[in-house]
Ligand binder design. Sequence first.
Ligand code: ADP
Ligand code: ASP
Ligand code: MG
Length: 593
Amino acid sequence: MSIIVQKFGGTSVATADKILRAARRAVDAKKAGNQVVMVVSARGQKTDELIELANEIAETNSTREMDVLLSTGEQETIALTAMAIHSLGEKAISLTGMQMGMLTDASHSKARITRINTDRLRKLLAEGNIIVAAGFQGYDEHGDITTLGRGGSDTTATALAAALGAQMCEIYTDVDGIYTTDPRLVPQAQKLEAIAYDEMLELTSMGGGKMHSRSIEFAKKFRVPLCVRSATHDEPGTLISDETPYDIPVVSVALVKTEVRVTLSSVPDVPGVMSTIFAAMAARRIPLDLVVQDVGQDGRAEISFTVPQDELADTLTAADEAIEKIGAGKVTHGTNVSKVSAVGTGMQSHAGVAAEMFGQLAERGINIKMISTGDIKISVLVDRDQNADAVRAVHEGFKLHQLSNHIRRDKAKGPSHLDDLSQAEREREVVKKLAGMEDIVVSDVHVDKGQARVSLHNIPDSPGIAAKIFSEIAKAGIMVDLIVQNVSQENKTSITLTVLTSDAERCVQAVEKLKHTWPQLEIWTDDDIVKISVKGIGLRSHTGVGEKMFRALAEVGVNIQMVATSEIRMSVVIAKKDAEKAQMALLKTFELS
Ligand code: ADP
Ligand code: ASP
Ligand code: MG
């Protein structure tokens, strides 16, 4: 018999009526011949209320006690939901994290799932019960209650679906699917019929779509199809699976309103610096984003990255520790920034996507403060008071309000990745060997020797500069791979990018035209470089990947010139002479042959 997991978010179980409606859905699925597992969140704003209450008692509280407290929200809902199913004449049983065998590590408030013992679950299902499982919670090896982090019920649901081999995991919520951007921000946002795991992974990691990003990791790792749909009506939702049905470069735009930027300046440009920084952050499980390193000038480098605002205090402590270890440098930060990201697998086959995005922002007079790109995403940092404008500009620019015009007519759905098939195969092999369900999946180390680096320095920091540069490059028909722009110093900024070696000269010619407008512009190129990447699933949010990668490179004395992070690939640019030892070191570290 097929198993269906149905997850209901807080707003979808907020009142007695809504709980009864959710119960009816589960009963219907059972009557249709399925075994059903429900996963429910705390009702309405319950979790927030409990946090506020705790804050009234003390400013900081033990994370262990916070977990005991917050888990009660879900415990209330499971009992009420089981009662609702009973009232409809079906068998149901409520289970807390411990009762369902949801074993996690001991990191309270951010626990990761290690194993799910499904024996009892299978027995209860076989006896005809609808299982009502508490989302967001588990227990550690000491028997202490843990929670998975805010929004973690999505992860409970996909993890249960993966462990039970469910046919489908349905996510019922207060919108009828995943939209091209948050519909509260852009009313013209369109519902996506489907979205690829990789796109959804980047989207949630970049703050869009609102699902817990680890839930998408589970779905991709264990190939669980997910469907996000409305709890209140029966419209088909958004299917999240291997494929994307759209033939456009960008499918969704995400926003993190309260991002902050941290810069470590005047650090020595030598091997080991990035490793020290990532290690300090990983020790606190802080995932870094928009990591940008400026090509060293006078033997000094400047490294910037962004983190969510609620991680700032921890991040600054960790950054100070890193500086102390490195022995030089200073830490500064900026809080008045937001992060806007455009995501789409189609970016890999469309030229000029970055130029287009920067152009849209320039037209509205929005200054870009930092840039970082991945295979399927472009992220920029903008002023906070311009964030909504920026999202609208990008959404409109990529014509996402006319999404339905871009469905592939041939119906031949492309793979979510160009090299998807062999990559998927390698991932499956790694997943089979995992000890813990949320362990890191790194499946490949890839060396790209065909790239050259072009860096532009002394650019005046004003709106439209990135647009000017990348429109010149796009006009020359050159595909750009990585792009980074560091935060400006003394009103000057620099942008570094990589292109195919064979395009490097033409790229320089294209940007040289800009010297008319910016006489002080300096352009450097270097084709003695390689881009080396590790590929896998959930690489950015598993802070350990960056730490391991940079440690391995530091140990063999490899200096890092550029960094690009994403959930599916972490890339660095290094000197060509270091390619082989870097590759060997990474293969060894990640136990790949
Ligand atoms: P739940 O309580 O069901 O887990 P959440 O509040 O966590 O629901 O997430 C649903 C909300 O996410 C929606 O109300 C919507 O405003 C917001 N959201 C943000 N970005 C998107 C997007 N791209 N598509 C759909 N919803 C989005
Ligand atoms: N109740 C938890 C929260 O509000 C978990 C969840 O809703 O997914 O974060
Ligand atoms: Mg949620």
